[in-house]
Design a protein around this ligand. Structure first.
Ligand code: URP
Ligand code: ZN
Ligand code: ZN
Length: 532
């Protein structure tokens, strides 16, 4: 392998290493003159031919080769001839060639609960690419409610990005200036979604009044409204109740914010979105209660998108009762990871289309940061890892077990996200003209996850010791091989911001249902003057 540049090596050494059964953990410097055997990712101009694999898109799987040039897919068909020597040929016989994952929900370099998430845009991207995710959408948090200042701050944070990313924007206060800035974000900065936190009282939480104004504004801009659905007032009550009972440990986190508070807020947000007649995206659906509200709304024809996250699908809350604080606290996230039973129900809802796409809510804190709440669970920074693990866990728990097809795997991990946020088919597909964001997954290889092997900067991992089948052997990002044979070949600053246009497919026809609503009113009634 080539000698990694010193700066890059220093950046990467604390991270280490490959979340697989690869024995060695190595990195290459990207794009430089020092790349050699094993570090031959090539630049944007590289020509790559992936031969002999099964190409899986959300609409179909087929035996085909994929030819890539200048970071773009040029051809997808069987038996593409090799052509000349300057084409790198990758043998994918017996493997699946799929669109790189797109994670709709991450928090990199986020200031939260008095600290900053341990993964920034570089270590987060290292983790993502090693796990087969080639794009994510992060949440910009306004600075004192100001969206422009928030965006500026996140542009700085993303300066060391190593893969493609987009932004959602949180709305934390309301006035005319915020409403104007929302328009600027959509029209000038390629942001087409806004998130409203119904929890985190005293910091990010919004009132119903603000949520209503926000939903209305989102609708007028063709931007998707997203909610963190928990009743924040009731959560504050529940937290005080636990403290009064002397329950100060991580189990108090789950006990203070039970599923009914998630169900209530989900139902409230759904009804307000119905009143405004605008699409709604519910992030991190963690409970049966919330999922059933979404199912009911969908049955009634409402446009509601439900996003489960990996932790909610495969973990349960028993960890929060672990006597070791370091272990228990790493599972603290909001809404909480639920009791046994919720995860299986969420998996079934994902299989049947009630829930549509899988995120991670990657929001990682190390054990020192988690220890801020060692004598009060309310101070434990909320969040878990998942960016590196998502593609492997969903393959192992859903495809290997026969719960979803391989085409549905591509849909829930990539295509649906690209469609919802209006970047399909540039992203989320292997079609002529799509960005060459591609993974090659070997269904016969197995993995073992854990902090010893991951690329996150955290010293803990909520999937510690988890074993499974199906391994991403190669990740190609915009036509560059960035992950191969357990070696990352990435450079800070090589990632690109992806603009997302408003009025995606979830808005199609909204104006017709508005017109139907107005026609249904049978009002105003023309009346004569009432007698005095
Ligand atoms: O615990 C969580 N989910 N942390 C990240 C912030 C959020 O609520 O999405
Ligand atoms: Zn949230
Ligand atoms: Zn989140």
């Amino acid at each position: 392998m080539a000698t990694p540049s010193r700066a890059l090596l220093l950046l990467l050494l604390p991270l280490l290493a490959v979340a697989t059964s690869h024995p060695s953990h190595e990195f290459c410097a990207a794009g430089g003159g020092d790349s050699g055997a094993g570090c031959s990712g090539g630049g944007d101009g590289a020509r790559i031919l992936i031969k002999g694999g099964t190409v899986v898109n959300a609409h179909r799987a087929e035996e085909a080769d994929v030819y890539i040039e200048d970071g773009v897919v040029v051809a997808v068909r069987p038996n593409i001839p090799v052509g000349d020597d300057n084409v790198r040929v990758i043998d994918a016989t017996g493997k699946y060639v799929m669109p790189g994952g797109i994670d709709p929900h991450t928090h990199l370099a986020m200031e939260f609960m008095g600290t900053v998430t341990i993964d920034d845009f570089f270590s987060g991207h290292a983790a993502a690419l090693a796990g087969g995710t080639t794009m994510h959408i992060d949440f910009v948090i306004p600075v004192n409610g100001n969206l422009t200042a928030g965006l500026e701050s996140y542009k700085q944070k993303a300066a060391n990005a190593a893969m493609d990313y987009g932004f959602h924007m949180a709305i934390t206060k309301w006035n005319d200036e915020v409403a104007r800035e929302m328009e600027v974000m959509v029209k000038e900065h390629g942001i087409n979604s806004f998130k409203f936190f119904m929890a985190y009282k005293g910091s990010l939480m919004v009132t119903d009044d603000l949520l209503l104004q926000g939903l209305q504004k989102c609708k007028s801009l063709g931007a998707l409204a997203m909610v963190h659905a928990e009743n924040g007032d009731a959560v504050a009550e529940g937290q005080q109740r636990m403290i009064d009972l002397g329950i100060t440990g991580p189990e108090g986190h789950a006990l203070s914010r039970p599923p009914i508070l998630e169900g209530e807020a989900t139902a409230r947000a759904i009804r307000l979105a119905k009143f405004i007649n605008t699409p709604l995206y519910v992030v991190h659906v963690m409970s049966i209660d919330a999922m059933e509200e979404i199912a009911k709304a969908k049955r009634e024809g409402q446009r509601v998108i439900g996003e489960p996250v990996v932790s909610g699908l495969v973990l349960d809350d028993s960890w929060l009762w672990d006597p070791d604080f370091t272990i228990a606290s790493k599972y603290v996230m909001s809404p909480p990871i639920r009791e046994v039973g919720h995860g299986k129900a969420l998996q079934a809802a994902l299989s049947s289309g009630i829930l549509q796409l899988v995120g991670t809510d990657h929001c990682t804190f190390n054990s020192t940061q988690k220890a801020f709440g060692s004598d009060d669970f309310r101070k434990i920074p909320n969040g878990v890892n998942g960016l590196e693990e998502r593609m492997h866990i969903i393959w192992d728990s859903m495809v290997e077990s026969g719960k979803i097809s391989i085409t549905d795997y591509v849909r829930v991990t990539s295509t649906e996200c690209a469609k919802i946020f209006n970047i399909y088919p540039r992203k989320g597909a292997i079609l002529e003209g799509s960005d060459a964001d591609i993974i090659i997954l070997n269904p016969e290889r197995s993995f073992v996850m854990g902090a010893h092997a991951h690329h996150s900067r955290s010293n803990t991992n909520v999937y510690e010791g988890r074993k499974g089948k199906g391994m991403v052997e190669v990740t190609i990002s915009r036509g560059r091989v960035v992950w191969e044979d357990g070696i990352l070949n990435i450079a800070p600053g090589s990632g690109r911001y992806v603009r997302m246009q408003p009025f995606g497919y979830v808005f199609d026809g909204i104006e017709k249902s508005d017109a139907a609503y107005r026609a249904s009113l049978r009002a105003p009634v023309q009346r004569g003057k009432a007698a005095a």
